[in-house]
Design a protein around this ligand. Structure first.
Ligand SMILES: Nc1ncnc2c1ncn2[C@@H]1O[C@H](COP(=O)(O)OP(=O)(O)OP(=O)(O)O)[C@@H](O)[C@H]1O
Length: 330
């Protein structure tokens, strides 16, 4: 579909160019959800603008269906690539249906009437994104999560083979973030589209994406399935700060500092969350004799420190005790 070889992207000023990222090679595949991840300022939006033909390439090649992107007019590109950007739409008076129908403009022109085929495509976009129940509402009457689905529906009604979304889940709550990403996955598979999503939502991206593209300053773009990148340790490329590291065991980003846990026995899930709280408490256990034993039903933490034996009924109580004992501020 879309292919890049040793692509350099960036901005040109007068006679000089300012590269943002160099040596990017990738191919975007149909039927797959691809997530583009990387730290702030690494060049994700610059890459999207380059793909959309809004910025010239500084070096390398970028082709769509084996033809250089630069050879497509903006109108031709709009028929092939639909995009949802982060900007807020300012069309509060339009209804949901009218906004979705605007996606047909590249095919009909601004004054073009919708043919029965256009109407079918608009209906399909509304159906796929499950927004039929708000189709007659005005845009000023819907929530941010609903608006995001409407924007995706508009992009779908454009009916290109490629769908690009820049941070579609920013500002949404957890449930809506999952819903939008699952919807995009469904669209990729069922509508056989190449879907590229820029996101900072690592957890949800791991659960939904088929392919990750990782951008990191000074490195070529790394791609692969999230699972392969996790097992190979390459996922850490998106964490330029050495204080953070991806823990493949629990699938989470966490602080890389060494921390000595006291000896804790009991149910592994309970042990994990007691450890989590103790790590945050910043109590130093390196030379301590403290041992903890967790009992279930009722939940109890038996605390032993040399001859001292205590019982706590919550993690909060244990942490408060340790804070008082060690003079920690927490
Ligand atoms: N119009 C511009 N002219 C020159 N440099 C720019 C321009 N727009 C952005 N940049 C620079 O390009 C670099 C990449 O910016 P870009 O917006 O692509 O990053 P990003 O990865 O999308 O970041 P974020 O995750 O914060 O959205 C930044 O250093 C930025 O300052």
């Amino acid at each position: 579909m879309l292919q890049a070889n040793h692509l350099s992207i960036g901005y040109s000023k007068k006679d000089s160019s300012i590269p943002v990222a160099e040596g990017l090679s990738f191919s975007l595949q149909k039927g797959k959800l691809t997530c583009l991840l990387g730290p702030n300022g690494v060049g994700k939006s610059t890459l999207i603008k380059t793909i959309l033909g809004q910025l010239p390439l500084l070096a390398g090649t970028l082709t769509l269906e084996y033809k250089a992107i630069a050879t497509f007019s903006q109108k031709e590109l709009a028929k092939k690539i639909a995009v949802v950007l982060t900007d807020k739409v300012n069309s509060g008076n339009l209804t949901v249906y009218q906004l979705v129908a605007l996606g047909r403009i590249p095919h009909t022109g601004w004054l073009g009437n919708l043919s029965s085929q256009d109407k079918e495509i608009v209906e399909r976009a509304i159906q796929v994104t499950k927004i039929h129940y708000i189709r007659d509402k005005s845009l000023s009457e819907i929530s941010d999560g609903q608006l995001q689905k409407v924007m995706i529906a508009r992009a779908l009604s454009q009916d290109g083979e490629i769908l690009i979304l820049d941070e579609p889940t920013a500002h949404l709550d957890l449930v809506n973030r999952y819903e939008i990403m699952h919807l995009l996955r469904e669209i990729a598979i069922q509508e056989n589209k190449a879907v590229l999503v820029v996101t900072h939502d690592l957890d949800i991206a791991i659960d939904t994406a088929d392919v990750f593209w990782l951008m990191q300053c000074g490195f070529p773009l790394v791609h692969g399935s999230p699972e392969d990148l996790i097992l190979e340790g390459k996922i850490n490329l998106m964490l330029p700060d050495e204080k953070l590291v991806f823990d493949p065991e629990n699938g989470k980003v966490q602080e890389s500092r060494n921390w000595n846990s006291p000896l804790i026995t009991g149910d592994p899930v309970a042990v994990k969350w007691v450890q989590n709280a103790l790590k945050k408490s910043e109590v130093d256990f390196s030379n301590s004799q403290i041992q903890l034993s967790i009992q279930q039903n009722p939940f109890q933490i038996e605390y032993t420190n040399g001859p001292e034996k205590l019982t706590f009924i919550s993690i909060e109580q244990l942490v408060s005790h340790l804070a008082i004992r060690t003079g920690s501020k927490r």
